[in-house]
Ligand binder design. Structure first.
Ligand SMILES: [Zn+2]
Length: 172
């Protein structure tokens, strides 16, 4: 299977996050062609700042292997890893990182900095970006567009309850 095939599995994970109102980010970890870890963003549901998709997948893969060293593994993630997840990738010795969309505001795998290729660390990963980029970033932009739409709708609902609806508002 190629990178796109595994990224589609990460996108499936992202959709699981979206289905429960989480920002749609998903990850899978593959070793020798087999998926050994899956994860999706659960930060809001669990109110835990460390429950990013990559962290969930790393925990599952480490448990499966019975080892903190995720050697010969590839992590596929729909969004560029943040400072924490890039750090966890270095700490778990994952040799290859494949991501979809870039994160110019928080990405630490090439955007703001690149912890994965930092020569001063004792571990470096090969980074492949832009796999299924459009699909990965569309999932995110549509999610945030829907949130804004819902906010506006709720706001209008409140306005209509509290004050008399004017003709102008009805025409909208
Ligand atoms: Zn993260």
């Amino acid at each position: 299977m190629n990178h796109e095939t595994y990224m589609k599995l990460a996108l499936e994970e992202a959709r699981k996050a979206e289905a429960i109102g989480e920002v749609p980010i998903g990850a899978v970890i593959v070793q020798h062609g087999e998926v050994i870890g899956r994860g999706h963003n659960l930060r809001e549901t669990e109110q835990n700042p460390t429950y990013h998709a990559e962290m969930m997948a790393i925990n599952e893969a480490a448990e499966y292997l019975g080892s903190w060293r995720l050697e010969d593994c590839v992590i596929y993630v729909t969004l560029e890893p943040c400072v924490m997840c890039a750090g966890a990738i270095v700490m778990s010795r994952i040799p290859v990182v494949v991501y979809g969309a870039t994160d110019p505001k928080g990405g630490c795998s090439g955007s703001l900095m690149n912890l994965l290729t930092e020569p001063r660390f004792n571990h470096r990963a090969t980074v492949i970006k832009g796999i299924c980029q459009e699909e990965c970033s569309t999932a995110l932009t549509e999610f945030f567009r829907n949130i804004r739409k819902n906010k506006v709708a709720r706001h209008k609902g409140v306005v209509n309850l509290e004050v008399e609806t004017t003709e102008e508002e009805l025409e909208e």
